[in-house]
Design a protein around this ligand. Structure first.
Ligand code: HEC
Length: 138
C-alpha cells in the first residue's frame, strides 16, 4: 500500500518536470495582431495578411490568384485602384489592361473573376497599393 503511493508520487514528479512542460515565453512577446496606428505600406501589409493572403502569395507563387510579386509593373496604379475596389466591375469593363490580364491567365472567355470584393475604403486601397509597391522594391 505505502509502496504504491510512493511510485505514483514519483511518476507525478517526472511528469511535472518533463522538459516538454517547462517551455517558457509562449507567445508572451508577440506584438498585437493589428495596431490601429499603422499607416501607409505597414497598414497595407496588415490588411493584405487579413484580406488577400488567403488567395495571393506576396512572392511569385500562384494560389487561388496569381502571386503578386511584380504586379505594380504589370498594372498601372489607376487600374490597381479600380480592380482592388471592384474586381467584377473592372472585369466587366473590359479595358485593354484587364483583357491582357485575362489572356495571361487563360481566362479571356471567363465571365466572372474569382476575386472577391473585400469592401475596402479608398484609404485601405491606397495603403494596399503602397504595400504592393514596397513588395516590388519601389
Ligand atoms: C477569393 C480569392 C481572392 C482574394 C480574397 C483576393 N484576390 Fe486578388 N485575385 C484573385 C484572382 C483569382 C485573380 C486573377 C483574376 C481571376 O482569375 O479572376 C486576382 C487578381 C489580382 C490582382 C492582379 C494580379 C496581376 O498581377 O495581374 C491584384 C493586384 C490583386 N488580385 C490584388 C488583391 C488584393 C490587394 C486583395 C485583398 C484586398 C485580393 N486581391 C484578394 C483572387 C483573390
Amino acid at each position: 500500500m505505502k509502496k504504491q503511493v510512493c511510485v505514483s508520487v514519483a511518476l507525478g514528479a517526472v511528469l511535472i518536470f518533463a522538459p516538454g512542460c517547462t517551455r517558457s515565453g509562449d507567445g508572451q512577446n508577440d506584438p498585437a495582431p493589428s495596431s490601429p496606428r499603422l499607416t501607409g505600406a505597414a497598414a497595407g501589409e496588415a490588411l493584405f495578411d487579413q484580406k488577400c493572403a488567403i488567395c495571393h502569395d506576396r512572392g511569385a507563387t500562384a494560389k487561388v490568384g496569381p502571386g503578386l510579386k511584380g504586379t505594380t509593373g504589370r498594372h498601372s496604379e489607376a487600374w490597381l485602384t479600380a480592380w482592388i475596389g471592384d474586381p467584377q466591375g473592372t472585369w466587366d469593363a473590359k479595358a485593354p489592361e484587364t483583357e491582357a490580364m485575362k489572356a495571361a491567365l487563360g481566362k479571356s472567355d471567363t465571365p466572372m473573376t474569382a476575386m472577391k470584393n473585400r469592401e475596402l475604403t479608398p484609404e485601405e486601397i491606397a495603403n494596399l497599393i503602397a504595400f504592393l509597391k514596397k513588395n516590388d522594391g519601389k
